[in-house]
Design a binder for this molecule. Structure first.
Ligand code: SAM
Length: 290
């Protein structure tokens, strides 16, 4: 057996042993596909460029394959895991790491619960990492890219979501997620990851992404900007001008002038626009709609 296959087999065996020891069965509805390829694990850790000053938030810590390495390299690690059985594994196997704290909670709720200061301090971290459960990946990413305290994230998502995030102007897969995520952050692919890197083996491949928050945003009114992006993509086959005037109820003559001033053609389609063109439209339109 080749060296890499041997490493993969060992990690698979270790993961299955933990499932057996703690009487755990993976659940599809929680996106429970566990990473068993040590080369990918190393690539994730390397991409985080950790030092002993770093604080890290891990989303969906699972059986702790990344969590343990993070605890060895960073100053403080906070792991979020929704599944009680997996929390038992994490707490049982990683108790020697004093710099690790596990929250057995739902990541989609944890920030909306009014945080006590102490708890919020524990969650707030410089870097975020996660092999995201596919069911929540897109809305969660949109929530995370807005958080000013995150410097950057190294995130594994389903290939389909990665393609949407990485689609440039003119691409069919470009949509609201693409434009909003790229407004807040720079998104780059680190590597594609095949289904065989996980157990149970998922039906589709994944991609590892680096997502770095931008320092400054350009829209004068972000809520207008969001409304324009959503309106434009709500009828993506329509010409941009028609989609915006219909969806936002803006007078066509006025909109023509505003689009011209923003330097964007009426007859373009939403997917053809750069993020900065959406920003220009939103800044030109100012308070012309609510
Ligand atoms: N990090 C592990 C790995 O790489 O092998 C597990 C990754 S698995 C794709 C996703 C993990 O997220 C699972 O452990 C699952 O239980 C957890 N999870 C799913 N939904 C969650 C939620 N809403 N909040 C927190 N964790 C969640």
């Amino acid at each position: 057996m080749r060296e890499e296959q041997k490493d993969l087999a060992e990690l698979k065996e270790r993961t299955e042993y933990l499932w057996y020891k703690y009487n755990f069965t993976p659940q599809k509805k929680l996106g429970q596909n566990f990473l068993i390829d040590p080369q990918i694990v190393d690539r994730i850790i390397e991409s985080l460029k950790l030092d002993k000053q770093d604080t890290v938030l891990e989303i969906g810590a699972g059986t702790g394959i990344l969590t343990e390495k993070l605890a060895q390299k960073a100053k403080k690690v906070t792991g979020i895991e929704i599944d009680r059985k997996l929390c038992e594994i994490l707490e049982g196997e990683l108790k020697k790491y004093a710099n690790l704290r596990i929250f057995c909670e739902d990541i989609t709720q944890i920030f909306s619960d009014i945080p006590q200061k102490k708890r919020f301090n524990q969650l707030q971290s410089d870097k975020v990492v996660g092999n995201l459960p596919y069911q929540i990946a897109s809305p969660l990413l949109l929530d995370l890219v807005k958080k000013k305290w995150i410097k950057f994230m190294v995130i594994m998502v389903q290939r389909e979501v990665a393609e949407r995030l990485l689609s440039g102007p003119g691409h069919k897969k470009r949509g609201v997620l693409t434009v909003l995520a790229n407004y807040y952050a720079r998104v780059n692919k680190i590597i594609d990851v095949p289904p065989q890197a996980f157990i149970p083996i998922p039906r589709v491949g994944s991609s590892l992404l680096k997502i770095e928050r931008r320092k400054r945003y350009q829209a004068k009114n972000e809520s207008n900007f969001f409304s324009i992006v959503k309106a434009a993509f709500s009828s993506r086959r329509k010409m941009l001008g028609n989609a915006l005037s219909m969806k936002l109820g803006i007078d066509k003559e006025l909109l023509k002038k505003k689009l011209a001033r923003a330097g964007v053609e009426w007859k373009k389609r939403a997917e053809d626009l750069k993020v900065k063109e959406f920003v220009s439209i939103s800044n030109e339109l100012g308070g012309y709609f609510d």
